[in-house]
Design a protein around this ligand. Structure first.
Ligand SMILES: Nc1nc(O)c(N)c(N[C@@H]2O[C@H](COP(=O)(O)O)[C@@H](O)[C@H]2O)n1
Length: 142
């Protein structure tokens, strides 16, 4: 999660969206890929970027054996109409998601964690790093 926080620090802050960092790691903790909000063009999300980058990774671990670390719970609804990160995570086959903070209800009411769990994905809240994850969005006072 500390690596995900480092990734989140690379975000260019905007008023209308969160700064989030994400890492996909294999079961030994080796990094497969990383991502952060708006890393790639087109209003991309951190989890989306990490999943996109995993396709180019030299670490060819199956994502069904990998975990995702994300500083904020995966979104369940995109205001832009893009595919939510929740859907992308489910389609990837990832079975375990560590998250730093639940999404505050500023933009939408997010049910990312609830829905991941409903679909059999293990969700782990890393409470001891919650404040650090929250700090990524201090410009939004969340
Ligand atoms: N989990 C997560 N990762 C990111 O990288 C994000 N930028 C967000 N933001 C949330 O996504 C929704 C907005 O969707 P659009 O980017 O406008 O399509 C909303 O739930 C934001 O809070 N979340």
């Amino acid at each position: 999660m500390r690596k995900a926080i480092e990734c989140g620090m690379k975000c260019t802050s905007v008023e209308s969206a969160y700064n989030v960092g994400a890492v996909i790691a294999d079961k030994s903790g080796n990094i497969i890929s990383t991502g952060y909000s708006r890393q790639y063009p087109g209003n991309t999300h951190a989890e989306q970027c990490a999943l996109m980058s995993s396709k180019e990774s030299p670490n060819k671990t199956l994502l069904s054996e990998a975990s995702m670390y994300t500083t904020m719970e995966p979104c369940s609804k995109r205001l832009s109409g893009n595919v939510p990160c929740l859907t992308r995570v489910l389609e990837s086959g990832i079975k375990k998601v560590y998250f730093g903070v639940k999404e505050p209800p500023n933009f939408v009411n997010c049910s990312g964690i609830e829905q991941l769990v409903k679909h059999g994905v293990q969700a782990v809240h890393i409470k001891e790093l919650e404040n650090e994850c929250r700090q990524l969005n201090k410009h939004l006072s969340v």
